[in-house]
Design a protein around this ligand. Structure first.
Ligand code: OOG
Ligand code: MG
Length: 255
């Protein structure tokens, strides 16, 4: 696919995100992941030009639950920005989103640069429970692997809970609640067998991750639809919880 073609697709995806319209999955003509990451870069360049700052890196499809839900079978990566940040305990307005879903994750904060092949445990400064909001710019969340890569891996929002010094992360219980009711349960073991493997994969895919980077390791469970007026919370054993309420109407308030 030619460079102008890839750039036109980036424009389509960026417009779709900004106007809460969808693009038809299967319509992009993308066939390779190389091309797809070039489109993702072009989408990110548009966000940066509007003043958004990249805060970190996210992985997708690191668990069987997610791969099965979305019908894909390869690791993908995208970028998160300061505009996507949701304050822990705060309110997140869903206006302008298309069909948001939420999923429980864990986040790493790098204290040192992590190079491909480097020791992820040595580079990690802290770990936190996290929530990710995804909002595919494709109709019905239906897309090919290159298409979801081009769409910055459906990234829309993320919330980080309290940071703590990493202990044993191999098999921690993960709970996602909507309005106090369990929506998904899982384990950090679902993330590539151990979430530190996600970090190693991130470094391999990114080339190099600088100190200060936040890395979302990928959802441990399937994602669930996120309606307005909902209180959402993720709890990871030993790490604690992260939560927010969705607007435009406050949780409990009538529309
Ligand atoms: C793509 C995003 C995948 C994860 O944690 O696996 C992802 C999607 O499901 O639309 O963020
Ligand atoms: Mg995710």
């Amino acid at each position: 696919m030619s460079a102008p073609h890839l750039d036109a697709l980036a424009q389509r995806l960026d417009d779709a995100a900004r106007q809460a319209r969808t693009v038809a999955g299967g319509s992009t003509g993308l066939t390779t992941t190389d091309e797809a990451y070039r489109v993702q870069d072009a989408v990110l360049a548009r966000m940066s030009a509007r003043g958004e700052r990249i805060t970190g890196f996210k992985l997708g499809f690191t668990s069987v639950a997610k791969m099965r839900q979305m019908g894909v079978s390869d690791l993908i990566h995208g970028r998160i920005t300061d505009r996507m940040e949701i304050p822990d305990g705060g309110r997140y307005d869903l206006t302008g989103l298309i069909h948001p879903r939420v999923e429980p994750e864990i986040a790493f904060l790098l204290g040192d640069v992590l190079r491909p092949g480097g020791d992820p445990a040595a580079a990690v400064a802290a770990v936190a429970p996290a929530l990710e909001v995804i909002d595919s710019r494709y109709d019905g969340f239906v897309f090919s692997l290159p298409e979801v890569i081009a769409d910055n891996t459906s990234a829309a929002g993320y919330a980080l809970g309290p940071w703590s010094t990493p202990g044993d992360l191999a098999n921690l219980g993960v709970l996602l609640e909507l309005d106090g009711r369990p929506a998904q349960t899982g384990s950090t073991a679902a993330i590539l067998g151990h979430p530190l493997r996600a970090l190693a994969a991130a470094a391999r895919l990114a080339g190099e991750l600088p100190a200060g980077t936040v890395v979302l390791a990928g959802a441990a469970t399937a994602a669930v639809p996120l309606p307005p007026g909902t209180h959402v919370r993720a709890t990871v054993a030993t790490l604690g919880s992260v939560q927010f309420g969705t607007g435009p109407h406050a949780p409990g308030e009538r529309a």
